[in-house]
Design a protein around this ligand. Sequence first.
Ligand code: FA5
Length: 351
Amino acid sequence: MADRPTVGVVEAVATKALEELDAVGDAEALERWRVSYLGRRGELTAILRGIGTLPPEARRQVGAAANAAKARVDEAMAARKREFSREVTPALLAEDSIDVTLPGRPVPTGRLHPTTQTVREICRIFASMGFDAVEGPEVEWDRYNFEMLNIPKHHPARDMFNTFWVDYPDRNGEQSVLLRTHTSPMQARIMEDTRPPVRVVVPGKCYRYEATDATHEWQLTQVEGLAVDDGITFADLKGTLYEFARQIFGEERRVRFRCDYFPFVEPGVDVAIDCFSCGGAGCRTCGRTGWIEIMGAGMVHPNVLKGVGYDPAVYTGFAFGMGVERIAMLKHGIEDIRHFYANDLRFLKQF
Ligand code: FA5
C-alpha cells in the first residue's frame, strides 16, 4: 500500500473489496475477507490510517472519499452477514431437528426382589383380615428364640433348629446370643409388651446352620402370625389359613393340614400345598411327596401364654410361621430355592 493514498487508490481498493465480497461463499470466507480489508492490517484500514499524513487539501478530499468508501464496504459486509445467517439457520435446523415420533429411550428401573414382593403380598392379605405388621431383631437372645417358646436349655427340640450361635457367652459361660432360627421369638416379645387382643404378622430373615438343597437355604425369610384373644379356636386358625391360601394361590390349589410337633403350640400342624411342578404326582422339587410344606402352625401353648403373663384359662390363640421363598416358588414355579440369593440378574429380572 502506498504511503500517500489518493482518491483513485481509495476507489480502486473499495471496488476490489466489493467485488471480492460478492464472491465470498460462506461465513468463514466472509471473516477472512473482513480481516484482509478491515482488520488491523487490512487494506482499507491502512488507507484510513495514512490520511493523517496527507497535506490538508488532499487530506480533506481523500478523507471524504475514504469515509464514503468505508461506509459502502461496511454496509455491503453487513448485508452479506445477514444473508449467511439466514442461510445457516435452516441448515442448522435441518441438522438438529428432532423426530418427535421416535419412541423415547427406555430408562432402566430397578425392581423389588421376589422375596420382598412376596412378603408385601402376604402382609397385604393379612392386613385385609385385620393383622398389623411388625418387625424384630435378627440377632436374638436364646431366651426369646427358645426358652420363652417352651424350649428350655438342653431340650431335644432344639435339634429341630440348627442354630448359628454368636460368640458372646453369658456370665455362666453359656452361649446365649444367636441368629434367630425363626420369627417365632417375636411372639414372646409382642405378648410381653401388649395385652390381648393381639393380631400381628412379623416378616423377617432367619438363619439355619443346614445343608442347602432345592427347598432349603441357610438364610430364609419367614412371616410369623399370631392372634390371641378370649375364645379363639383351631377353627379360626384353619379359616384364616384357608383364606390366605385362596388369596395367594387361587381357588384351585389344595391345602393339607397334618399333625406336627412344635414345642410352642398344642396341637401343632404343618401346612402344605400340592406341588405346582408335578400337580401332586411327586417330583424332584417336592421330594417325591407331591406336597410342598409352607408353614408350621398351631394353638399357642399354655406355657408360652403363662410365660408372658397371659392367663391361659382366659386367653387362647393361634400362631403360624411360613417360609416366604417356598411361597414365592409355588407362585412363580421356581424349582430351586438357591436361585433366590445367587444374585443372577437373568433370574431376578423375571419378577
Ligand atoms: C418354624 O420355624 C416354626 N417357628 C413355625 C411355627 C410358627 C410353628 C408358629 C407353629 C407356630 P419350621 O422349621 O417348619 O417351623 O419352618 C417354617 C417354614 O419355614 C417351613 O414350612 C418352610 O416353609 C420354611 N423353612 C424352614 N426351613 C427352611 C429352609 N432351610 N429354607 C427355606 N425355607 C425353610
